[in-house]
Design a protein around this ligand. Structure first.
Ligand code: PLP
Length: 306
């Protein structure tokens, strides 16, 4: 998806012009993938622009940094304020927000110590990641031949730049074969997640999703969907899931900041359910969009006004 350039980017405490937010080619993060980042959305909610679960995202950024012993120079509070300042400066009602912290320029070699930790926050208008039509009708996916990175090798709980080479391979492979998105199994052959989304199955009226020990990111949308399903009286089970359960599920959908709630209508050439958005997915999707658009009082706490 092409990036629509905006005016300002927050870089190490200052708002700078979009074109001036540059890094040195010898930056450690570029060579070794030593960065952590977030993907956040700001919605044009009923009472004005609001960032969805901002604090949770910034807490996860801090956790990702902690896993990698990366000293973040800004607190969760400071980062939340910086995000709001950036959205405001760009006069955006709704947008995607990308905060990133990475080891910059200073010393070379695998050990990142000795490099500054640079922090940037950019935002720009962004539509549906897997397409407007995908949100309504569902998308076609394959189970990738690439396995989701095992936390014994790279901690999946950290939203770290280097992890995404795994997602890139799976996504490229899916697109090359004419699919919209990939599902990755973990090294045990159990269901993990999409290249940038968590996954849910609907089986006999229940939601089933891989647990956090299945090598998945602890998705903030995933958590929101579990809470909303509880409110709707839809049971949620977190467990190991076999590949073939996908094929015979009543419904399948992805969740994520970018993907929001995207139905899956086909997996590996098998039509899922009726081959379109299923009724449970539709209910969950509607509940999710009500929350992010500020139409559910109970979750007003998840919307941080800009
Ligand atoms: C690999 C992966 N899994 C799951 C998700 C969904 O997480 P969230 O709902 O916090 O955006 C993302 C996106 O951030 C992701 O990149």
């Amino acid at each position: 998806m092409a990036i629509e350039k905006t005016e300002k980017i927050w870089l190490n405490g200052n708002l700078v012009a979009w074109d001036d937010a540059k890094l040195h080619v010898i930056s450690h993060g570029l060579h070794y993938g030593t960065g952590v980042f977030e993907g956040i959305r700001c919605y044009n909610a009923a009472s004005g622009p609001a960032v969805f679960r901002l604090r949770e995202h910034m807490q996860r950024l801090h956790n990702s940094a902690k896993i990698y012993l990366m000293p973040l120079p800004y607190s969760v509070d400071e980062l939340c304020a910086a995000v709001k300042e950036t959205v405001k400066a760009n006069k955006l009602d709704s947008c995607y927000i990308r905060p990133i912290a990475y080891y910059g320029y200073g010393s070379m070699g695998v050990n990142p110590a000795g490099n500054p930790v640079d922090v940037a926050i950019a935002c720009w208008p962004w539509g549906a990641y897997l397409g407007e039509e995908g949100l309504k009708k569902g998308i076609r996916v394959n189970v990738s031949s690439w396995r989701r990175i095992d936390s014994a090798a790279l901690p999946g709980m950290a939203k770290a730049c280097g992890n995404y080479l795994n997602s890139v391979l799976a996504k490229q492979d899916a697109l090359q074969h004419g699919f919209d998105e990939a599902i990755l199994l973990n090294t045990q052959g159990k269901l993990a997640e999409g290249s940038g989304e968590n996954i849910f199955l609907v089986q006999k009226g229940e939601l089933v999703t891989p647990g956090l020990s299945s090598s998945v990111l602890d998705g903030i949308t995933r958590g929101a969907i579990i809470a909303l399903a509880n409110d709707l009286g839809i049971p949620v089970v977190e467990r190991e899931i076999n590949r073939e359960e996908l094929f015979v599920a009543d419904e399948v959908f992805f969740t994520g900041t970018a993907a929001e709630v995207t139905p899956v209508r086909e997996v590996d050439g098998r039509v899922i359910g009726s081959g379109s958005r299923g009724p449970v997915t539709e209910k969950i999707q509607a509940a999710f969009f009500d929350v992010v658009n500020g139409k559910n009082e109970k979750y007003a706490k998840w919307l941080e006004k800009v």
